[in-house]
Design a protein around this ligand. Structure first.
Ligand SMILES: Cc1ncc(COP(=O)(O)O)c(C=O)c1O
Length: 334
């Protein structure tokens, strides 16, 4: 019998997506011979209502990575620089390299993207700063007051992008209300994704909320029709299913607590995560390989951070209860 592979390597929603989102796809799929709207205005209107911003402040892209790429391409001129953290989302450095822009990396402190650590790396050429909150891969967060403090310290000419791809999973009250901060700091850009809690990774859709001027510049550079025909309508349906989101948050929190506690009890080095994954680090490569292979042999594929240049760490997406229990029992057995 073929072994069923469980993929816990890309932080997708293990509960799938809302049935309303699937219904939206079914109601539209026969029309895929049509081009999509160049400007997905209905989705923008929904987001505008949800966050109390104007539709002119919203960019919709083929995944938030497309918006990350667009921000670098649009805003960072020749000789200007990008700044982010080491051990954070790989796309910031990757896209800087694609566009031949220098990207500097500030260190984390205790696996956290402490904004203060960015200050020594800021110079006259710094144009764009990316902060993943929660951070991928460590799952740590920065607070509202930390972000506000940082924004108050830096020149408003520097654009700060707070990448909140996993924001909906966070239950900690100190998490920033970035839309509130945008009222005071027009250099703050907020990115969100439909790939994580909304469960639409395969449809490629994300959005960014930013000052009108920046959004207009980004729009000019958008590749027409890059957001496909099915995505905006499906995203609207996914947004409307508050029950599905709430259930995903609650189940993820419960499973995260279970997995985290059990991993600690087994003596592994793990850090508490605010997202839907857990970061683990090992004293050496051999220990890490052992952990990875144990799960791999059972058909559970997790993320070896080696691909992101971190030889001694792993990241596990939090799965459904049955799988998490299996993981712990496999680790206990071997
Ligand atoms: C921090 C962070 N930002 C953005 C993304 C990309 O999301 P999308 O699928 O919307 O391009 C990811 C995906 O893993 C992520 O971890």
């Amino acid at each position: 019998m073929e072994m069923k592979v469980v993929k816990l390597s890309a932080n997708e929603n293990c509960y799938g997506c809302s049935s309303l989102a699937l219904d939206a796809i079914l109601s539209k799929y026969k029309d895929v011979h049509l081009y999509p709207d160049v400007n997905p205005i209905t989705l923008k209107e929904k987001l505008s209502e949800k966050f109390g911003v104007r539709t002119d402040n919203i960019i919709v892209g083929a995944g938030s990575v497309r918006i990350i790429d667009g921000l670098i391409q649009t805003l960072v001129g020749e000789g200007e620089e990008v700044l982010t953290f080491e051990n954070s989302f790989i796309a910031y450095g990757q896209f800087s390299e694609f566009h031949k822009r220098k990207c500097r990396f500030a260190p984390l402190s205790d696996f956290r993207c402490v904004p203060e650590n960015l200050l020594p790396f800021i110079n006259d050429n710094t144009r764009l700063i990316f902060i993943a909150n929660p951070n991928n891969p460590t799952g740590t967060i920065i607070s509202h007051s930390e972000l506000e403090w940082f924004l108050s310290k830096i020149s408003e000419k520097i654009i700060v992008v707070i990448d909140e791809a996993y924001a909906e999973y966070v239950t900690d009250a100190s998490f920033p209300n970035s839309f509130e901060l945008q009222k005071k700091y027009s250099n703050l850009v907020v990115l969100r994704s439909f790939s994580k809690i909304y469960g639409l990774a395969g449809l490629r859709i994300g959005y960014g909320i930013m000052e009108e001027k920046i959004a207009a510049m980004m729009n000019e550079k958008q590749i027409p029709f890059s957001v496909n025909y099915l995505s905006p309508a499906t995203a609207i349906a996914a947004l409307s299913d508050v029950d599905f989101i709430n259930r995903s948050v609650v189940s993820n929190s419960q499973q995260r607590e279970y997995l985290f506690d059990e991993l600690l009890k087994l003596g592994y080095n793990a850090i508490f995560s605010h997202a839907n994954f857990i970061y683990l680090w090992f004293d050496n490569d051999v220990e890490k390989e052992k952990f990875y292979s144990k799960l791999f042999q059972e058909g559970i594929v997790i993320c070896d951070m080696k691909v992101f240049g971190q030889a001694k760490s792993l990241r596990i997406t939090i799965g459904v209860s049955e799988i998490n229990r299996k993981i712990i029992s496999f680790l206990k057995e071997n």
